[in-house]
Design a binder for this molecule. Structure first.
Ligand code: NAP
Ligand code: GDD
Length: 336
């Protein structure tokens, strides 16, 4: 039987890596894209232009997490065997500016998709992109599946609604629906407004003379940062498990924004303190001070563990942004 995956958020960091991962596994992949004014998406273009995926079955459909009828139509047309719900307004600080919209897309959007599965009677397995942000003001260190949630932003509240909707549909309708509680994961495809990519991109632009300084906020916040390619494999593993369940996916290490800065700037022999300016606009009203996850359950039940270290992650992000800026990494980076 053809394995047919439907991926929402296909233009994003995770959606694009997951698409490549599934195509390599022989899946037919269908992605939902929004009707926007720009037809270009860098990561989708990378897939479409890549010879490796040239003849692979990859299809795009218009849809939106705010449009229930559209989701039902896509579900009816594709009849996916696996659904990965990655579509979201995913920026935490922005969710304070657009809380209602965030709740609609990130929270209700998940419910609409679950309902579209029910409404169309589709026999499918379901993955919800839940988030470590739900732990917020952490009640336990490290955080695991049993740690109580304490959301600190409209984004985290929306994700909590989606998390519980997924659990509820699993219990009420016996759906194979799982939550991946993923801790921060980054890559050269990370959105430019997230702190890691903001740093590596700015560093490349500073070296090429296009940027003089880098405006940041709270440098003391600590995150459990992994590599996105490792994390999309965990999503897939959850849907191959005989029983649906909820899993923490994390590296088990935590690092501050300051450590990320130091690591990145040291790679090119620069001192970040000469460039970074603190701007209050980059702070959150309620911050998540520290995240560190315990992924023991995923290791034991799914056989998943992260492969890329923090140092390797910073290295590959800096290297890729230098290349995009037209700079030769061998010339600028130590140890290449
Ligand atoms: P991302 O790069 O910001 O991608 C978000 C995706 O959602 C984009 O494809 C975006 O499409 C799409 N989207 C936004 N609004 C939509 C709408 N109204 N209807 C349909 N699609 C919409 O996010 P990511 O880092 O890949 O994360 C993927 C998912 O995992 C998200 O749900 C995120 O909240 C969650 N998550 C991420 C992390 C992490 O560290 N990366 C950790 C835990 C959970 P456009 O291109 O059209 O904007
Ligand atoms: N974005 C941003 N910009 N963050 C900054 C800045 C800045 O200029 N300066 C400091 N930070 C701090 C934030 O205050 C936060 O504590 C930390 O850097 C990480 O911020 P982000 O990279 O924006 O990620 P996030 O942790 O808020 O959210 C990401 O991870 C979640 C999983 O825990 C997003 O990908 C969410 O969608 C995801 O659920």
């Amino acid at each position: 039987m053809t394995k047919r995956a439907l991926v929402t958020g296909v233009t994003g960091q995770d959606g694009s890596y997951l698409t490549e991962f599934l195509l390599d596994k022989g899946y037919e992949v269908h992605g939902i894209i929004r009707r926007t004014t720009s037809f270009k998406n860098e990561w989708l273009d990378e897939i479409i232009d890549n010879q490796r995926y040239k003849d692979k079955p990859f299809f795009l459909h218009y849809g939106d997490m705010t449009d229930a009828q559209g989701l039902i139509r896509v579900m009816r047309k594709i009849k996916p065997t696996e659904v990965y719900n990655l579509g979201a307004q995913s920026h935490v600080r922005m969710s304070f500016d657009i809380p209602e919209y965030t709740g609609d897309v990130t929270g209700l959007g998940n419910l609409r998709l679950l309902d579209a599965i029910l409404e169309t009677g589709t026999e499918t397995r379901f993955y919800q992109a839940s988030s470590s942000e739900m732990f917020g003001k952490v009640q336990e260190i490290p955080q695991r599946e049993t740690t109580p949630f304490y959301p600190r932003s409209p984004y985290a509240c929306a994700k909590l609604f989606a998390y519980w909707s997924t659990v509820n549909y699993r219990e009420a309708y016996h759906m194979h629906a799982s939550n991946g509680i993923l801790f921060n994961h980054e890559s050269p495809r990370r959105g430019e407004a997230f702190v890691t990519r903001k740093i590596t991109r700015a560093l490349a632009r500073i070296l090429s003379g296009k940027q003089k300084e880098l405006s940041l906020g709270n440098l003391d916040a600590k995150r459990d940062w992994g590599f996105a390619k490792d994390y999309v494999e965990a999503m897939w593993l959850m849907l191959q498990a005989p029983q649906p369940d909820d899993y923490v996916i994390a590296t088990g290490e935590t690092h501050s924004v300051k450590e990320f800065l130091t690591q990145a700037f040291e790679l090119v022999g620069r001192d970040w303190e000469e460039y970074v300016k603190i701007d209050p606009n980059n702070f959150r009203r309620t911050e998540v001070d520290i995240l560190i996850g315990d992924a023991t359950k995923a290791r034991e039940k799914l056989g998943w563990k992260p492969k890329c270290s923090f140092k390797e992650l910073v290295y590959l992000m800096v290297r890729e942004d230098l290349k995009r800026e037209g700079l030769n990494p061998e010339k600028y980076m130590k140890g290449t």
